[in-house]
Write a new protein. Structure first.
Length: 416
């Protein structure tokens, strides 16, 4: 059985890849443990790369045993002693690790051995598989099975798919079908750190998460992946928008899996000077009993910080391009007519989401609990991503609106 669910839900997870600043000074994670009001559950150190030389395993660009990482490993042991689960991340935007693990058994054993040694030597409590290259389903199953056999039931195994991969196997960076993987090895996978950014998802409203849940993904295994700062990739969501959205998800899904942030070193609103403040904001948003919108810092709306990653992956997350067939739509006029409202419980003026039928519809299209209505929304606040381009008549709107309180609908896949 997959471990990693012993922490109270929702989880608060941070990736830690940029380990040093421009001057080579350690970016300490200790404030996550010592600053008040922070309840982080998992730290994922990134990124581990399996290179052409089987003995040339690297953490970012250097061997994990390099003296530059001595303080990092020491701080991570302190984090573990403080109750934080410390994991490693394998792969990411730099390709090659999974291709090398996807070969014949002899090649797999040769490339897996240094990874096994790193996990054992550093006492990592889990491994996040960020597969951003083609890999076979059989290959990822073999890797999961080997990790479970070698490190036991308490070892945490997670994956980090782009969010669209959970809805459509063709909108995927990993090659294999995640639904098929969940069907055959779901008991061994603790959760999925789904990337709701860089054009592969939208965390500015709860619609896409609800679509994943409606498709059958257990909410306790579905973590909303966020960028912690605008510089870390497209898809940054301001706290004043994110707060109400997370509140809605917590209310609808008592087992809501939580959030993960890419990455620690420059998290807003504190930026490089106080990066732990992102985790504090997430703690207030996810551990508070009220909506939590009051914790949004007005300063975060206007702060501009220029940052450069010192320990970069070969390709930055921000450089991921939106696939050509992942279409975007925008309104040519000030008025947008909506036929379906998904979040009718919402009242007042705030960022709101709705599904729109762009063409005419036949009688009987709507099934309970849906109630069709027509309402003009003024001035959409952003572009309109098509969540599933195959559903050519459905698009997603994010607008400044006051919703009709009488509409009380929940998203159901069966209605599509």
């Amino acid at each position: 059985m997959a471990s990693g669910t012993n922490h109270a839900l929702p989880r608060i997870i941070l990736y830690h890849q940029t380990i040093h600043d421009h001057d080579g000074n350690l970016i300490s994670i200790l404030p996550l443990l010592t600053q008040p009001g922070i309840s982080i559950t998992h730290l994922i150190v990134a990124a581990i790369h399996i290179n052409e030389d089987p003995d040339g395993l690297t953490l970012n660009d250097h061997p994990p045993s390099d003296p530059r990482f001595a303080s990092l490993w020491a701080e991570l042991r302190v984090a573990q002693a403080s109750g934080v689960t410390v994991m490693g991340m394998l792969g990411g935007a730099a390709k090659g690790s999974y291709a090398r693990l996807d070969g014949d058994q002899e090649a797999f054993d040769r490339y897996y051995a240094p990874l096994h040694e790193l996990i054992r030597e550093r006492g990592l409590q889990g491994l996040d598989l960020d597969v951003e290259e083609e890999m076979s389903l059989a290959g990822v199953i073999r890797l999961i099975d080997r990790l479970r056999a070698d490190f036991g039931a308490a070892f945490v195994i997670t994956l980090a798919p782009v969010a669209t991969a959970l809805l459509d196997a063709r909108r995927n960076l990993s090659g294999f079908d995640y639904e098929a993987l969940e069907a055959v090895r779901g008991a061994q996978i603790a959760w999925y750190n789904a990337q709701f950014y860089c054009g592969w998802g939208d965390a500015s409203n709860p619609v896409m998460y609800e679509m994943c849940a409606a498709r059958g993904w257990p909410p306790e295994k579905l973590v909303v992946g966020l960028v912690t700062a605008p510089d870390n990739g497209a898809g940054w969501v301001p706290f004043e928008v994110l707060g109400p959205n997370l509140w809605l998800l917590r209310r609808r899904f008592p087992g809501f899996g939580g959030v993960m942030g890419w990455e620690y070193f420059n998290g807003w609103p504190g930026g490089r000077e106080r990066p732990w403040e992102w985790a504090r904001h997430m703690t207030m948003l996810l551990r508070a009993t009220g909506m939590g919108a009051e914790v949004a810092d007005a300063e975060a709306k206007n702060r501009t910080t220029v940052t450069t990653e010192v320990d970069p992956d070969t390709a930055d997350k921000a450089e991921l391009t939106t696939p050509d067939d992942f279409q975007y739509y925008s309104s040519a006029s000030d008025d947008v007519t909506l036929d379906w409202c998904v979040f009718g419980r919402t009242t007042g003026r705030m960022g709101a989401a709705a599904l729109v039928e762009t063409g005419s519809h036949a009688e009987g299209t709507y099934q309970p609990p849906y109630r069709p209505f027509r309402q003009a929304f003024r001035k959409p606040a952003c572009q309109i991503p098509a969540i599933n381009p195959e559903m050519t008549r459905l698009v997603l709107i994010h607008a400044e609106v006051s919703l009709i309180p009488s509409v009380d609908a929940e998203f159901r896949t069966s209605s599509l």
